[in-house]
Design a binder for this molecule. Structure first.
Ligand code: C5P
Length: 308
């Protein structure tokens, strides 16, 4: 195997500052009005290109070591689109974002793979083309082609960039339950459908550079998840008791986030919540520019020992 270029790429997670379910669509998906934000919690991909047509992905999480993991599906989709079956890649995935946590970890890995291989393979696909490929891989993937702060519509495929939200410290917690996205969407009652008003208010505040209006940070999936999984509500209560003034669920859960203006307050809440047995991390928002720099890493020639 000949390696000609290798890069490390971070795949940042996201939180949903808002997530409103507008209604159910004929295709079974739900129309959303959401604002997504990349955060510093991330997986790391090491991507090397090969010319022997092999696509491999090794990972530190055995349950993701499958032929249909999102990284390999993204690589195969891009290669089929480019139409050059000689293209290959050797990928290693260090998984640190909780799996199936509502933080978009797998979706971000897929988008990072598309962005990196588009460069490393010299494919030259436009951002629009990459977003179209991303939508074929999952509803949350198109957002990660852009990253930063963005307004999301449709089932997730409509991504309208917003100016960066104010830099904010976050405590992110993972309640000890697994939640199926499909099951959560199926549990939303029609009375929980809402309009895009809250999302619109938050988008306006962000566009004006104002602090996030907490009263409009809503998630239509939070009540159904807390009904079905009491441990999510318990973790929320522990975070609040540990000093978090505001706690909201991200995506279809179960992960929760709490924003903080000051590091000292975030750190104190983190330590107290950990003492209560809550699995949590201290992280922060990632701007559009930060995410773009990360995905635009220039490949450097690999050391000679990489070749064979
Ligand atoms: O697109 P993705 O595979 O991530 O979605 C997983 C499941 O979540 C879908 O099969 C669907 O049941 C549900 N979903 C939905 N509406 C969305 C996104 C996801 O109903 N906008």
């Amino acid at each position: 195997m000949t390696m000609s270029a290798t890069v490390f790429v971070p795949a940042y997670a996201k939180i949903n500052l808002t997530l409103v379910v507008l209604g159910r669509r004929a295709d079974g998906y739900h129309d959303l009005a959401s604002i997504m934000q990349t955060i510093s919690l991330h997986d790391t991909l090491r991507i090397g290109i090969t010319v022997d047509a092999s696509l491999t992905c090794a990972t530190n999480r055995p349950e993701l070591q499958t032929e249909d993991n999102l990284v390999l599906r993204a690589a195969r989709l891009l290669r089929a689109t480019v139409g050059d079956e000689r293209l290959g890649a050797a990928i290693e995935l260090l998984k640190e974002t909780p799996i199936q946590g509502g933080l978009g970890g797998g979706s971000s890995d897929a988008a990072a793979t598309l962005l990196a291989l588009n460069r490393l393979w010299g494919a030259g696909l436009s951002t629009d083309r990459l977003e179209t490929l991303a939508a074929q891989l999952g509803s949350d993937v198109p957002f990660f082609i852009h990253s930063g702060t963005a307004r999301i519509g449709g089932r997730g495929e409509h991504v309208a960039p917003l100016p960066d939200a104010r830099p904010t410290w976050l405590v992110v917690a993972r309640p000890p339950v697994s939640v199926s996205t499909a099951a959560v969407f199926a549990q939303v009652s029609t009375s929980e459908y809402a309009d895009a008003e809250d999302t619109e208010r938050v988008a306006q505040a962000i566009a004006r550079g104002e602090p996030l209006p907490k009263e409009h940070l809503v998630n239509s999936l939070e009540a159904p998840v807390m009904r079905a999984y009491p441990q999510v509500a318990l973790t929320r209560d522990k975070l609040a008791a540990s000093g978090a003034p505001f706690v909201r669920m991200s995506g279809s859960g179960p992960s929760l986030f709490a924003p903080f203006a000051r590091l000292a307050e975030a750190e104190q809440t983190l330590q107290r919540a950990r003492a209560e047995g809550v699995e949590c991390w201290l992280c922060h928002t990632i701007s559009h520019a930060q995410a773009q720099i990360a995905s635009a890493l220039t490949p450097s020639p690999s050391p000679a020992e990489e070749g064979s």
